[in-house]
Ligand binder design. Structure first.
Ligand SMILES: NC(=O)c1ccc[n+]([C@@H]2O[C@H](COP(=O)([O-])OP(=O)(O)OC[C@H]3O[C@@H](n4cnc5c(N)ncnc54)[C@H](OP(=O)(O)O)[C@@H]3O)[C@@H](O)[C@H]2O)c1
Length: 234
């Protein structure tokens, strides 16, 4: 248990799989930053946090300095609202920007402040999306926040060369987020059939497989990888 991983969104989906997988190796202490929790493990610390709140990061405790490596994984994210831009309510926009990008920026700054003096292997991994790299109809908020996450990661990599920073597009992962996408009709989401077909053709990725690749990335990261990566690069 020489490694500390701080992971957001450990309640469900990819974040849950990542936390469980890291804990199962016996090498990690995991801090889960989420609204709810079902993980019980002696090496798991749950910090109940709603990332839609602007002061979410303020209540986090100091990070102990005795670990061999430190990793922040900002995985929590939401996709809603799916709607044409002129129909999106200001409160909906504020919520998605707060969770997907503002909290990522605040958490990264907190994590760097806490770990900057420590001599150890240090990683910041932002879970981005292909939708931050190409436009998707009625996903303007999601696409914009994920594109911002990519740029945040690139700036942090420049400013802090002692940290390995990545923005990872994880591919289509079989989680609640994909079920939410498929629950739409072509009226509300014109590209929905592409996602229904991917599910029918069994093309969605297993969260455990994706988490395995992420752990391998953290434990074997090389300078040859750029900051903006996708699951196909791993
Ligand atoms: N699934 C895909 O195909 C796919 C593709 C590309 C990128 N991604 C990205 O991958 C990441 C994980 O997605 P997923 O598929 O695992 O999504 P998911 O199944 O919807 O899970 C999202 C996670 O974020 C947490 N979360 C949401 N709102 C929160 C809040 N206000 N405060 C704290 N935690 C909150 C959720 O916890 P609660 O139970 O509290 O809501 C949950 O643990 C996201 O950043 C997503 O954008 C996913």
């Amino acid at each position: 248990m020489n490694h500390l991983a701080v992971i957001t969104g450990t309640h469900r989906g990819l974040g849950h799989a990542l936390a469980k997988h890291m804990l199962s190796t016996g090498r990690y202490m995991v801090w889960g930053i989420s609204r709810y929790n079902e993980i019980e493990h002696p090496n798991f610390h749950f910090h109940q946090t709603d990332l839609s709140s602007s002061d979410a990061v303020d209540s986090l405790p100091d990070i102990p300095t005795h670990f061999h490596s430190y990793t922040l994984i900002h995985n929590a994210g939401i996709l809603q609202p799916i709607a044409p831009a002129h129909r999106i309510q200001p409160t909906e926009l504020q919520r998605i920007y707060q969770i997907n990008i503002l909290s990522a920026h605040l958490l990264s700054a907190w994590f760097i402040r806490q770990t900057l003096p420590v001599t150890a292997s240090k990683h910041i991994l932002h879970i981005s999306s292909g939708a931050g790299r190409y436009p998707v109809t009625h996903w303007s908020a999601y696409c914009a926040t994920k594109a911002a996450l990519d740029m945040l990661s690139q700036c942090l990599a420049l400013e802090y060369p002692q940290y390995r920073v990545y923005a990872l597009a994880p591919g289509m992962v079989d989680t609640d987020m994909q079920s939410f996408i498929r629950s739409h009709t072509p009226d509300t989401f014109p590209e929905v059939q592409r996602f229904k077909s991917a599910k029918e053709l069994n093309q969605l990725l297993d969260p455990l497989m994706v988490s395995n690749k992420i752990i391998h990335l953290i434990e074997n990261s090389t300078t040859s990888l750029p900051v903006k990566i996708s699951i196909k690069d791993l």
